[in-house]
Design a binder for this molecule. Structure first.
Ligand SMILES: NC(=O)c1ccc[n+]([C@@H]2O[C@H](COP(=O)([O-])OP(=O)(O)OC[C@H]3O[C@@H](n4cnc5c(N)ncnc54)[C@H](OP(=O)(O)O)[C@@H]3O)[C@@H](O)[C@H]2O)c1
Length: 219
């Protein structure tokens, strides 16, 4: 593959989809991962009809043991990976931390934390081989990361993601890899509507605006 390659998780909708379209415009080959195959195919159609190229990975991130093979598969098929956007995320049920069931705690931590660490483990050799590896993880507001009422489970998962983002940044500071944990603020997506059902979405920035900010961070 002559052009740069970016893996974006949660590329089927919202912020992830907008990032995929934005990077495809820069002649970057997109590897789009999510569960919803129809939405991934529609993303592929949009990218290819604009002259870009795309590889789809229909994958449930909760299936942690299947993530290990993604790095080697990309190495074999595309020969490189330059950008990893750890965007997929789950909000879960907002409510008292004392009420969260073990099943929900496990699900949120699998998608928001454990899957990202397993992906990083699988992708690290390719990122180190790139002459300008980039990793961006999608975090949330400092208040939520610090722990606040009814957002405890989501916040704890993003705190863990933030911590290992910082660790990876520190471990790679002598390399060509740049690592950023990014808080997009409130964005007009399905997740935000689930968190704040009474809010008028038209008052919020669009995923395309967030994608532009992420493109600037990648530069
Ligand atoms: N929107 C905001 O206001 C806001 C604010 C702060 C931080 N963030 C963060 O930004 C990121 C993107 O959020 P968003 O608002 O765009 O969310 P969204 O609209 O709900 O999209 C979430 C994406 O994650 C994917 N995903 C969820 N569970 C998955 C699983 N088990 N396996 C594979 N993919 C999975 C979804 O794809 P499928 O359902 O097709 O699998 C979807 O593409 C998240 O990490 C979120 O925490 C968002």
């Amino acid at each position: 593959m002559d052009k740069k390659v970016a893996l974006i998780t949660g590329a089927s909708r919202g912020i992830g989809r907008a990032i995929a379209l934005r990077l495809a415009k820069e002649n970057i080959h997109i590897v789009a991962l999510a569960r919803t195959i129809g939405a991934l195919e529609s993303l592929d159609d949009e990218i290819t009809s604009n002259g870009g190229s795309c590889t789809l990975i229909p994958q449930d991130l909760k299936k942690l043991d299947q993530l290990e093979s993604i790095g080697p598969a990309l190495a074999e098929k595309l020969g490189r990976l330059d950008i990893f956007i750890a965007n997929a995320g789950l909000l879960g049920t907002l409510g008292p931390i004392a009420h969260a069931s073990p099943k929900e705690v496990e699900m949120i931590f699998k998608v928001n934390v454990l899957a990202n660490q397993q992906l990083l483990r699988s992708l690290d050799p390719l990122l180190r081989a790139s002459d300008a590896g980039r990793v961006i993880t999608l975090l949330t507001s400092p208040e939520v990361v610090n722990g606040c009422a009814y957002w405890g489970l989501y916040g704890a998962s993003k705190a863990a993601l933030s911590s290992f983002t910082n660790a990876y940044a520190d471990e790679t500071k002598q390399t060509n890899i740049k690592v950023v944990g990014y808080n997009p603020g409130a964005v007009r997506t399905k997740m935000r509507a689930q968190a704040m059902p009474g809010e008028d979405p038209m008052t919020l920035p669009t995923p395309e605006q967030t994608a532009e900010e992420i493109w600037n961070l990648l530069a």
